[in-house]
Design a protein around this ligand. Sequence first.
Ligand code: IK2
Length: 447
Amino acid sequence: MFRRVLINWSSGWKGSVILTSFHYKKVMARQLHARRIEGVDKNLWVEFTQLAAEYKVVNLGQGFPDFGPPSFVQEAFCNAISGGASMHQYTRAFGHPRLVKILAKFFGRIVGREIDPMEELLITVGAYQALFCTFQALVDEGDEVIIVEPFFDCYQPMVMMAGGTPVYIPLKPKKVTGPALSSADWVLCPEELASKFNSRTKAIVINTPNNPLGKVFQRKELQMIADLCIKHDVLCISDEVYEWLTYDGEHHVKIASLPGMWERTVTIGSAGKSFSATGWKVGWAMGAGHVLKHLRTVHQNSVYHCATAAQEAVAAGFQREYDVFGTEESYFRQLPALLHAKRLKLAKSLRSVGLQPVLPQGGYFMITDIASLRVDLNDPSTKDEPYDYRFVKWLIKEKGLATIPVSAFYSPEHREDFQNYVRFCFVKEDSTLEAAEDILRQWSIKK
Ligand code: IK2
């Protein structure tokens, strides 16, 4: 079979060629997709959420609570929906006025400056879209973006889709003898970090508290990053979606609050994580007006607008939290207290079957080394995958327990060094954590 194809060269030449059907398919396949999506087609969450749904599992995989949001935000959502026609129509494209105003007031008190609600905040479809707008708006072809490993997996494809080059710097366990038992033991090497900055560096991405490790960056560590950003005139993208979730007296510090950093930091937040309502997908980007205006350009030309009623409910939630901030009544105090207990419960279960989890200082997750389990994985369909991918698939299929492979949070360069860890989400009902413990125990008895 032959096919005639019309060609329109950029030089101005027009004509046609005849191709065999084999070459025709290749040419058409090459023409169909944009080059910027090459190499970013795989997605961890799509793959593992689907697999967990196919099998009947106890799900400690993806990071969402299996309990609902607090009643005051649920009521706020119901009130918004029954509150009149305007709640069902478009609101301001860059953020519902009530929401940006209360966020400006709320975070203004934390960063110790007046925040302009209209210029310095952008409401997005979850933190995910805030990240997308940030990378699209600020990263150009040829720019380098430093990413601290382990990292929330979407940073890498988002940098690449913007035409940038990711440059990685891994957190490494401090103690070289014996396993690291706290996320605090995982640190950046100052010299190695400094060596990553050069004239092509546009931005650095940090995530505190970190997903998947649970590290909460200390003021000293943030100051080291801030000094390098200022010295090299580099932006900082600070993903702080777990900002309320710190344990054992740890304290979350916003890098934007350090001297000289407000002007160069985009801080990313999530109402889904703040109020245990991940399905609402309300997030935000916050930063200086001269930076945020570029994010608005991407937003207005892509998503344009986020659900009005969800924004209204989140605004009511933040208003309530503003009024009770720092008191026992505050959800931002109650949630970490609840999760602290769940985190200890999960750590105890993992230890009871001989595992040594890395105790997180913050966030939703706990990672543990699985090398000691010595599972003989003989599924030929996964033989070319990293060990943790194969292990997690086996655990889902054979034992009915869903977790997430940690090497997915590393660059291809460093993935091999971290393929003996898996991540557990502990933001689950106690009954779910107990069901997971039962699975682990049954299995360890049989071994
Ligand atoms: N940034 C980080 C660090 C996140 O963890 C998330 C949500 N992750 O949840 C998936 C998982 O790790 O199991 C986001 C951003 C996105 O937040 P949002 O849901 O508000 O878009």
